[in-house]
Write a protein that binds this ligand. Sequence first.
Ligand code: ZN
Length: 268
Amino acid sequence: MRHVRASAGLGAAVLLLLTFAGVAVATELPLAARLELLAGAYPDAIAGASDGHLVLRDGGAALPIDDGRKKTHAQKLAAGDIEDSLSQIYPLGACDMRPPLDFDPGRIRNEALLKRLYGGSADTVARDLVAIDWFGERLRVTSRHGVAKALQAVAAELASSPKLKRYLIPSAGTFNWRTIAGARTLSVHSFGAAIDLNTGFADYWRWAGGAKGRAVQYRNRYPLEIVGVFEKHGFIWGGRWYHFDTMHFEYRPELIAIARQAGASTCR
Ligand SMILES: [Zn+2]
């Protein structure tokens, strides 16, 4: 078995920066480098990439990285393979940005991998849920892969800015085994690895024309300071997506690591 080595992919990294509304977005980093960072983000679960497959440490079958199908963006959202899930580089930073058409970094997910990381059923996921203190609320999130610790660290850091509290509580929820509205794929809430903030400030692409098939009108009412703190602890923000969901954060440390490696800090 030949595992991908960091030096191979990262040394040959080719970076391309495109500018969207004054925001530079890195769009390229070799797949081998992305896979290395994916494995590094879940070291207890992922051994590495080998012969076109992702090798997990649970003893189960290796997962195909690329299903070989040519897919539209909608098809990637509906049935993303591992390569698809790493294909768009998340733009880091607490900057204002209107996501371009079909720029959905992190919204493409590989459900098979999520199930292997967190559990394949509500009952299995529930076994690893622990309670964290979210500004006096008790929220249940998974303890796997450092999620609970990371969210508790987010809370501790945000607590130093009392003016932000009204955006953060009441939380609209963490663990909930369910599909995404209008889709058949599971939400990351199913795995106890996502949090929704106070819904009173929420904007959502389906409410902004998307559910009726129109071009969506982007809007965000959460202070970007909150975004920077979540990103620091491995969470991506749904407000970075064309199909935006501004109250939503999910734990995707691989995408934060890829963004850092690609130089995708974006506020300039
Ligand atoms: Zn959510």
